[in-house]
Design a protein around this ligand. Sequence first.
Ligand code: ZN
Length: 240
Amino acid sequence: MIKVTVWNEFLHEKQHEEVRKVYPDGIHNALANGIGTDGFEVRTATLDQPEHGLTEEVLANTDVLIWWGHMGHDQVQDAIVDRVQARVLGGMGLIVLHSGHFSKIFKKLMGTGCDLKWREANEKERMWVVNPAHPIAAGLPEHFELEREEMYGEHFDIPAPDELILISWFEGGEVFRSGCTFFRGQGKVFYFRPGHETYPTYYDKNVLQVIRNGIKWATPSGAAAPVRGNHQPLEEIKAK
Ligand code: ZN
């Protein structure tokens, strides 16, 4: 079983009726239900919990952390961000969704501005698989559509992704690198674009398939932790 923690700031759902109608139990619970129990042991955590629900114990028992945040990025304590970063570098997988592109943890792991173009115009998004051999593309059609989404457009200010799996086209004409992976230390990071809070995106079967695939891909590899610093030779070094 892969141990998954779904983190959501859980603010829009409590403050905006329009969002509550789409996600009455919060985005985190919709995601947890959508991921399901077939191979996954899923728990949730939210901003308002002590230590934002991300205690040392929770993170030590998390293989893959999923992150949804938007209006509360600044409310996330730096000490918790440092703790999550340390776990990622130590091997925990991280899936950053949608507006999480501006979260402290994503910006810290990327080291760039992470800004982009955006527009809320109820437009169609078409996502194309550009790396069909990648495990995150498993079971997906060549392309799939979300009838209404927020637009995110290039340029997306990220480092060149280690792997690019999905590209989005929007009705208004923009394109965006929507499914990107990054290796950081022993950990794996997957950024996945869709999921604006006023649309039912996290009930879409293809979107959920990508997230499930992403969890499996991001789970720790099990490789031994590298030893760094001053090092004794493995073999005798002959005097020259
Ligand atoms: Zn949004």
